[in-house]
Design a protein around this ligand. Structure first.
Ligand code: OOG
Ligand code: NI
Length: 307
């Protein structure tokens, strides 16, 4: 089987374009990196991973969305479970190291109250068969359009608000659907003074970005080799179907540092490839990163002006 890497480029490019248009912090982070000479242009950024959120109901969820990326040569790796947030997640390794990893999470809808389940189902029941099964995956443009189309009707503000009291994740997905939740700047290959999460966070804060501080601004795996941080999601103007216009959490930007694994510690920096560094994700880090769109974090707006 040959993997359609060209198609994958189209799909990832379409996701990044919509995300950049909708999330001002993406361009603002790129601009700040350009100003300090960390990159020559936006395409120099190494994207560690991208992430999606889904509803765990029949015909949707991880099992549906993952088919798209499995088609483009991604391979499913570890599973993670978040009891308190009622989420499951998987990560996927790309067909080739120049592509980002993918992290897909899913709400355990059955674990919510009957009332919240009824609200979610009233929307997701509109999807009566797995929409990815009727998609021509060889047609990258069709996949791109699919990822940015509705799936279910626009929610009412009252349903959104009611869901949010029980699961902020549920409310986020019912409105935002498959919009990219974040992309992730790899910091370990940047120049000295910027190549650790601590240094990169200092640079971000100097430039006015507000960081998610749930569990501390730096989230580090128990092995010490994967450190992550993220901006707090900015508010976006949402149009609800009951005619109300409200500010709700949009998407955010993440930053990751993967340290070199023990056996490759002797390699010079120029010889170090992705395969020499810590792979995968970390449930303890992820648990706190999810909160980048939660109201406990989004209250802290960024100082960087949106032009
Ligand atoms: C994903 C949070 C987890 C990571 O890298 O561990 C995550 C989300 O907010 O949907 O991105
Ligand atoms: Ni992430």
């Amino acid at each position: 089987m040959t993997t359609d890497l060209n198609g994958l480029k189209i799909v990832l490019g379409g996701l990044m374009r919509r995300y950049r248009d909708r999330v001002p912090d993406v361009q603002l982070v790129i601009d700040a990196m350009l100003r300090e000479g960390l990159i020559n242009d936006g395409s120099d950024i190494e994207n560690d991973h991208i992430a999606f959120r889904t509803m765990g109901v029949p015909n949707l969820g991880i099992q549906s969305l993952e088919k798209i990326f499995l088609h483009f040569g991604y391979e499913r790796r570890e599973h993670y479970f978040f009891a308190q947030k009622k989420l499951d997640a998987n990560w996927y390794a790309p067909p080739s190291p120049e592509f980002p990893r993918i992290f897909i999470s899913e709400l355990r809808v059955k674990d919510l109250s009957e009332a919240a389940q009824a609200i979610i189902r009233s929307y997701t029941d509109e999807v009566t068969s797995d929409p990815v099964d009727s998609l021509d995956l060889d047609n990258a443009e069709a996949v791109d359009i699919f990822l940015h189309s509705g799936l279910w009707r626009t929610p009412t503000w009252s349903d959104f608000e009611r869901l949010g009291t029980e699961s902020e994740y549920a409310a986020w997905v019912i409105y935002n659907r498959y919009y990219l939740n974040h992309f992730t700047v790899s910091v370990h290959n940047l120049k000295e003074g910027y190549d650790t999460i601590a240094d990169f966070n200092a640079f971000l804060e100097r430039n006015g970005f507000k960081l998610n501080d749930a569990g501390g601004k730096i989230k580090t795996s128990p092995d010490g080799k994967l450190s992550q941080s993220s901006t707090v999601a900015r508010m976006v103007t949402a149009q609800f179907s009951d005619g109300l216009e409200k500010e709700i959490a949009g998407s955010y930007v993440e930053f990751a540092e993967r340290k070199v694994l023990e056996p490759f510690g002797h390699l010079p920096k120029s010889a170090i490839l992705r395969e020499h560094r810590r792979e995968g994700f970390e449930a303890g880090n992820a648990d706190k990163i999810f909160e980048s769109t939660y109201s406990s974090q989004t209250g802290k707006a960024s100082d960087v002006d949106i032009r």
